[in-house]
Design a protein around this ligand. Structure first.
Ligand SMILES: [Zn+2]
Ligand SMILES: [Zn+2]
Length: 201
């Protein structure tokens, strides 16, 4: 696309300008939300945030981007459609902030369980707000895994939904790392040393 000028040190094409305009007006409209606050509206927004958030994590991210499990076509389309709904209204703001948080905070704060050779981290509070996507070091270590909260105590709401779908026979070919795959990447001095030794031999 034709660049239409320089701003903030980068070239902006028409698409960039449209996206920036839509996103900033969405955020601007959010400023009015407190004046129209009701608990009914709050819980409705919360429910819709959970639903569209799940659309993004379960469908776009784990099902379509990483193919970590399969769904029958009708259900695959239904979940993808729910994810597309996040473009409606104020919900995109909440879902977007979730996505941005995973990719920023998920590389800054938290623990590294696996030796991924990058800055990805496991962050419990991020996992709570981002429906399980905060176990980001696990995700970098096993990006094919439908489950990101790999320990029983690592809450991963998206994974629980996939488990239910698997139990009723809708989700199939559900991929998770095996115990030995996890052992090979687990972060401790000894493992790293053995790896280095194995490579030098
Ligand atoms: Zn990352
Ligand atoms: Zn990913």
């Amino acid at each position: 696309m034709m660049p239409c000028g320089e701003f903030l040190g980068r070239k902006w094409n028409l698409q960039d300008v449209v996206i920036a305009t839509v996103l900033s007006s969405m955020h601007f409209l959010c400023l009015f939300a407190p004046f129209y606050f009701t608990w009914g509206a709050f819980w409705l927004a919360f429910g819709l945030h959970m639903l569209t958030g799940l659309g993004v994590t379960l469908s776009f991210h784990r099902n379509l981007a990483h193919k970590s499990f399969r769904l029958p076509k009708w259900l695959e389309y239904l979940f993808a459609y729910i994810a597309v709904l996040s473009l409606q209204g104020v919900r995109i703001v909440s879902v977007l902030h979730g996505t941005l948080l995973v990719n920023s905070a998920g590389h800054m704060w938290g623990k590294q369980a696996y030796n991924t050779g990058d800055l990805s981290r496991n962050n419990w509070w991020l996992a709570m707000v981002a429906l399980g996507e905060g176990w980001h070091n696990n995700h970098h270590a096993f990006d094919y895994s439908a489950r990101q909260g790999l320990e029983w105590w690592q809450i991963d709401l998206t994974w629980y939904v996939i488990k239910i779908l698997q139990a009723i026979g809708w989700a199939t070919d559900v991929k998770t790392p095996t115990e030995s795959q996890k052992q090979r990447k687990v972060f401790n001095g000894e493992m790293v040393a053995t790896d280095a030794k194995a490579r030098s031999n």
